[in-house]
Design a protein around this ligand. Structure first.
Ligand code: SAH
Length: 289
């Protein structure tokens, strides 16, 4: 194998110095599509779950593209070292800034244009649906997956890298976080979801958590679907779903509920506007007991 950095594109792996593969992003059809680049020590982890279902089909159809850039290929010495011990002492290893910088410069060179540079990090701003919308509206993004104790601070400063967290917990590496972030973003790209209308009502798009969903059978093990959903009365069904969405949000996510009330000029403490308990089903307090 040559020393040229190895890159993977979707399931396909190419050498940087090789002939442009038919899947490379300089193909006009792909240049126009949303581009994800991922700098990682584990390129074999991609596309991973992104290769399945709707995101996988969209990847094959060229609605978006994926390049996994192997950080190891930029490592120092013949051992391709990418990490070293932390200055000041302490446990673990830190990813070297010089090695990461080379990977970032290569990613920039291969990108279809300027793209946001994001480091997955538990110290980052928590990822939200608004971030997914912002990233989906752009040309794509370059994601950096950390490992060990993380990334040398200077490379974050030098490239103005945005730090994004998946939540208040610590993963062993950024790869799962990167896939979650790409999944949430790619599904917002037009034509990726079969049914674009399903985006309009789902959790967070309205500022509320989504109402409960039910399907057949209407009676499962003695648990009946709420009668209203079988009534065929679309107005009443819409009211019920709105009530349930509000109830769930108020109960589970007071932070979202307060923001929603502020936006809609409502008193977050006022219960009047929420109608009575749903008739015979739904994840209400009584059901949980
Ligand atoms: N020592 C670091 C944790 C390093 S975990 C700290 O305490 O902040 C190793 C790598 O996993 C990180 O560099 C990051 O890329 C990834 N990671 C861990 N938790 C994450 C989270 N909640 N969100 C996004 N990435 C995370």
């Amino acid at each position: 194998m040559s020393n040229a950095p190895s890159l993977s594109h979707g399931r396909k792996r190419v050498q940087l110095t090789g002939q442009p593969s038919e899947l490379m992003t300089n193909r006009p059809a792909l240049a126009a599509s949303w581009a994800a680049q991922v700098i990682t020590l584990f390129p074999e982890a991609f596309p991973g779950v992104l290769g399945a279902s709707l995101t996988g089909k969209a990847l094959k159809d060229g609605l978006w593209s994926l390049e996994a850039i192997d950080l190891r290929a930029f490592g120092e010495t013949r051992h391709r070292n990418v990490d070293d011990t932390p200055f000041g002492g302490g446990a673990g290893m830190v990813l070297r800034p010089d090695v990461m910088a080379k990977a970032i410069v290569t990613a920039k060179r291969m990108a279809p244009g300027p793209m946001p540079l994001v480091y997955l990090s538990p110290r980052g701003k928590p990822f939200t649906q608004a971030d997914a919308r912002r990233f989906a509206a752009g040309p794509g993004m370059t994601l950096i997956c950390g490992r060990f104790e993380g990334l040398d601070e200077r490379v974050i400063e030098a490239f103005g890298i945005e730090e994004v967290s998946l939540g208040d917990f610590v993963l062993t590496g950024g790869e799962i976080a990167a896939q979650a972030l790409i999944d949430a973003t790619v599904r917002l790209i037009p034509r990726v979801l079969g049914n674009q209308a399903s985006l309009e009502e789902e959790s967070f798009s309205t500022g509320l958590l989504e109402h409960p969903q039910y399907t057949k059978p209407a009676d499962w093990d003695g648990r009946r679907v709420p009668d209203i959903l079988l009534s065929g009365h679309h107005g009443k069904i819409a009211d019920w779903r709105q009530d349930m969405a509000e109830r769930l949000t108020k109960e589970r996510r007071p932070d979202l509920w307060r923001a929603y009330c502020a936006q809609h000029d409502r008193d977050p403490m006022d219960d009047q506007e929420l109608s009575a308990q749903p008739q015979n089903a739904g994840p209400t307090r009584a059901d949980k007991g």
